[in-house]
Structure formats: structure tokens, C-alpha cells
Design a protein around this ligand. Sequence first.
Ligand SMILES: Nc1ncnc2c1ncn2[C@@H]1O[C@H](COP(=O)(O)OP(=O)(O)OP(=O)(O)O)[C@@H](O)[C@H]1O
Length: 595
Amino acid sequence: MRESARTAFSLALRARPAVLAATLFLTVVEALIPVAAAWLTARLVDGLTRGESTLTGYASALAACGILAALLPYLQRLAQGELARAVARQAQNRLFRAVTAQPGLAWYENPDRLTQLRQAQDCGQHAPTDLLDCAMALVRSALTLLGFAAVLIGIHPLLAVLVAVGTVPKLLAEIRVARARAGAVHGLTAHQRREVFYMMLLADAPGAKEVRLFGIGDLLRRRMMAQRHAADRERLRLDVRALLLNGLPTVITAGVAAGGLLWAVGRVRDGALSVGELTLVVTAIAAVQSTLGTLVGAVANGHQHLLVFRAYTELVTAPPVLTTREPARPIGPLRGAVELRDVWFRYGPDHPWILRGVNLRIAAGESLGLVGVNGAGKSTLIKLLCRFYDPERGSVRWDGTDLRDIRPEALRERLSVVYQDHMSYEMTAAENIGLGDPERAHDQRRVAEAARRAGIHDVLAALPAGYRTMLSRGYFGESGKDDGVVLSGGQFQRLALARSMMREDRDLFVLDEPTSGLDPLAQAEVGRLIHHHGAGRTRVLVSHRLSEIRDADRIAVLADGRIAELGTHEHLLAVGGHYAAAFRSQAAGFQLDGV
Ligand SMILES: Nc1ncnc2c1ncn2[C@@H]1O[C@H](COP(=O)(O)OP(=O)(O)OP(=O)(O)O)[C@@H](O)[C@H]1O
């Protein structure tokens, strides 16, 4: 809790200190106005009943209080709005800096953490300012309370004590409600995440085809609404609980107010209080009670915001899931080999082993073909080469250095990879390629050269705005017009290839199914490009098309979590194992077609 409070207030302090100071000042003024107004009213009423003629000063001061009270909300809205926006910006920036600083992928494979992230996104936007509002409300209430408590003590100290004690049950009830609400946020956010998942399927273009073809729109909508209903039921349960917990304390508070009023009326009748003092008592009891109510609400809300904000604090202060042993070792150009030594890997303690003692040496300058049936673990092995995960046993080594001793960012600087599930960014064509090397993305000649190598230059040059064309129908391009274009699957694949070509000077070039979506001619063309472009460079090529693999210096077959076969195409054919069977089966298919 203390850590959450520190994080929240430091965000608010750093965002806009001047605006924060102005907000504090306005809060103090706002707190003192009601006390001043009540005191001036009592003086005015008593002056009028005594028939005094010099009351203009009190009346003018009262009018000034009124004007100030009317203007204050606007001034406060201006200051608080600006402060809230600045704090939300800073909170979002810090949160996503923390998220992108996580070097591994396991971080994303934890539903609780993803729910926490969603919760942190939500509460990061408003919790710091809400907390600040609570703190301001506390200051305001405390000041107003002190003023009116002094009035009540002046009339009868017991009256002040009674009014204050009458509020204690309400404070306790509100804190219990706040705890219950904070405790429910994680569950509610989990429902929301699932609801948003269904919502996106229904609202976004990528899901539109299958949703319509399979006629699953109603099914998905019902599931979306079920999540909504579940969340709303929980909210209703919390509201009912709040009502039940607050019922009796509210009656006690109202009883104390009624008692105080009756007592004051009796004192006026006895001549112990003036009419002006009666108005002061009535105003003071009502004000003390409502201010105590605000104070209680501020304490309870602050407590709730702090509990909810814990998700944000935990995320921004969380250590990386993937750690590098210190002191980290530098990584140089690949001279010897990248090596997997007895690598065992699974995605979690409850998951099956994917790699069971893989030994593989990829020598510098060598091209290695990696094959295996679906699910054999080829992409997993590549993820280990990129150090998105660490092996559970064994090691991956770069020129003999364990990757656990090398900072992931430094390692990735030396890699160029086309993933099987590559991205298509809803940005311009030039940006889609330039992202491969952001520092050189402005170099349009380099971007065009990368596109040329991937065989996509002519397509991009012919787009309505050439390389500046937005590759999306969901956003306007630079022209501000709806002239975006969606490329075909194969064209997007070439674009991913072009992106990797921006990193041509890297040491290790990895291609995971880079031509799966291409037509046969394009496959052959891209295959040639890869061979030509990568000649002499260390390459790993994963493909189910063995004709693409056969020219590799060596071919490794992954089966049952191990390297089952390793050698040249000719050697593996001679061995007559998995590779030979798969190759003959593919070749037979072509022969049957008479090709
Ligand atoms: N993030 C993950 N969490 C849990 N299991 C995973 C994860 N990613 C992959 N797997 C599992 O690991 C196994 C190997 O997957 P991988 O993607 O490495 O296979 P592959 O050889 O590349 O397959 P394909 O030829 O179909 O691309 C599969 O059984 C898959 O279900």
C-alpha cells in the first residue's frame, strides 16, 4: 500500500507541479468559504434582529463568498483536468516502458498478469488523480470540519463530540465496502478482457470473414454478453452489500442530527441561544455531518484506489521475467558458431517437453536447413536462438558464451529473423519495411533496396501513394483520405522479408517458413533471393518445402524433441530416415502430377 501511495503521488508531483500547487490552493479556499459564509450569515441575522444599521460590510463579504464559490468549480475543473491529463500521460508512458522492457515472451503467457496489465492500464489512467482528489477532499474536509467543529464546541462541546462519534460506524462500513470493491476488480477485469476479445472478433475486420461464413456472430455475441452479465451481477452484488453495510450507520448519523436540532430549538426557547446562533447550529451540524461524510468517502475511496493501484505499481516495479547474469558479457560478430548444448525446453512446469536434449552446432557462414513435422519444435528452437526464453536445462551459446550472460537487446542486434507469424503493421509501406531497422528507416533508398530484394518493390511503387501508401483500410493515410490498401497474404510475407533485409549486416539470418504463402514461381524466386542474398552468411532456414532446403550446407531433422538426423541432402537421402521419406513423398507428388 505504501509503495502504491508513493508511486501514485510521485506521478502526480512530477507531472505538473505548478498545476498541482494551484489545485491545492483552490482546495484550501474552497474549504474555508462555507465556514466564512456561515459565520457571516449568523452575524448578519443577529445584526438584523438587533436592528443594527451597519451591516453592509457583512453583506458585501457574504456576496463575495457567493461569487467566489460560484467561480471556484470552473477554476478547479480547469486545473484538475490539466493535472489529470498530465498524470495519465505519465502513468501510461511509464507502464508501457515497463512492459516493453520485459525481454522475454513468457511474460505474456500468464492470464493473471495480462489481467493485471489491463487493470493497470485502467487504473493507471485515473487512480493517481483519483487519489489526489481524495487527498484534496481530505484536506478540504478537514479544514471545513475544523471551522465548524470550533463553532459547535463554542456552543456546546458535547454536541461536537456526539456529531463526530455518530460518523464512526459509517467510516467503518465504507472501508469494508471499499475493500470488497477493490477485491472484486481483478475478477471484473478478467470478465472485461474476455468481453473485449469477443467484441474485437465481432468488430474488427480480420474476424469478419469467418464470423460470417460460419454464422458464429450470434454465438460470439451471446458469449460477449454472458461476460458482461457476469460482471454486472458482481457489480450489483457489491452495490447491495454497500447498501446493507451503510443502512444502519446512515440512520445513526441522521438520528444525531435530529437530536442536535431538537436540543438547539429547546435552548432558543429557553433564551440560551439567539436565532442567529440557531441558524449557525443548524448549518454547522449539517455541514459537519456532510463534511464528515465526504471525509469518510475520501478515506474509503482512497483506500480502494490504493488497493486497485497495486496492480500498476507491481507491474512497473516488477523485475524482468527473463534475467541476465551479471556482469553481462559483450557479444561480438559471430566467428565460431551458435551452439545448442543438451537443450531441454518446455513452456512451463505443467507443459510437455518440446526439446529434449538438443545438440546442434551452426557454424559461422554455414546455411542450415531445419525440418520436422508440425509441432516438432522448430519455431521454439528459433525463439531460443533469439533468447525469448531460456532453456530449462542445457544452454544456447554464441561463440561459446551462454546467452544467459548476454543482454537480449545486444544479442538481437546481431540477428535478422522472419517469423512464421510475422506482423503486418497498419502503417505505410515504407514504415512496414523501415521498422526492420528504425535508425535507418528514413533512408528511402535503403528501404526500396530491401523491397527490391524481397521482390515487392514493383508492387509497392505502383500503389496509389507509392511507398507512402497506408497498408490498411482501417486508418487514413498521410493524405487524410481513405486511399489505404490491403496487400495479399503473400505480398505481406514479402514485406516481412523486406523488413528483415533492412538488417542485412547482421550475423545470423533466420527464416521461419518465409515462403509459405507465396505462389510457386514466387517461392522459387524468393528462394533464389535468399540463397543469393545470404551467401556466406550464417543462416537457418525452416521450411516444409524440402526443395527449398536441399541446397543448405547441412539439414537438421527435429523429431521427438531431438536432432534425429543431420547432414547434407545427399547424406540424408542415403541414410533413408525421416528426411528421405518426406523428400521422396514430396517428389512423388510432383511426379504424379506429371511435372
Ligand atoms: N507459447 C506456447 N505455450 C505453450 N505451448 C506452446 C507455445 N508455443 C508453442 N507451443 C507448443 O510447442 C510445440 C512446438 O511448437 P512449434 O511452434 O515450435 O512447432 P513447429 O515445429 O514450428 O511447428 P509448425 O511446423 O507447425 O510450425 C507445439 O506442440 C505447440 O503447441
